[in-house]
Design a protein around this ligand. Structure first.
Ligand SMILES: [Zn+2]
Ligand SMILES: [Zn+2]
Length: 130
């Protein structure tokens, strides 16, 4: 059993204690390198875990209508689909004397693409299923 210093009062506290016995401050949980913590229920999870077994939170890139999307689904629904339809529809309008309309449409369709690329770049986050 190792002792760590309480950040609030400096009291020596067991590293297994959940809170400081002297001042009651919550102790930071010491996680191993391959461990992470569920942000909702603070259960210790493996870093590769995609679902929290105790509160059913899920790790993903995007959430829509209570569903959490993984990498492949985010690429498909957020990038490929709007990219394909935006381009098809936008170019269709542009080539039929609705240049501005087509341009606006392509800008609108690029919003989910930009968001999805951003989400994929920042990495997965935990979502709590509704
Ligand atoms: Zn303390
Ligand atoms: Zn949890």
């Amino acid at each position: 059993m190792a002792l760590v210093k309480c950040e609030d009062c400096g009291h020596d506290v067991s590293d297994r204690a959940q809170s400081c016995p002297k001042c009651g401050a919550p102790m930071p949980k010491i996680l191993k390198e391959d461990e992470t913590e569920c942000p909702f229920c603070r259960t210790t999870l493996h870093v590769d875990a995609l679902v929290c077994p105790s509160c059913d939170a899920r790790k993903g890139y995007t959430t829509a209508k209570g569903r959490i999307y993984g990498k492949a689904a985010t690429i498909f629904w957020g990038i490929i689909l709007p990219g394909f339809f935006g381009l098809l529809w936008g170019v269709g309008l542009m080539t039929s004397n609705h240049f501005i309309g087509g341009l606006v449409l392509m800008v609108i369709f690029s919003i989910p693409i930009v968001l999805s690329v951003y989400r994929l770049k920042t990495g997965p986050v935990w979502y709590k299923a509704e």
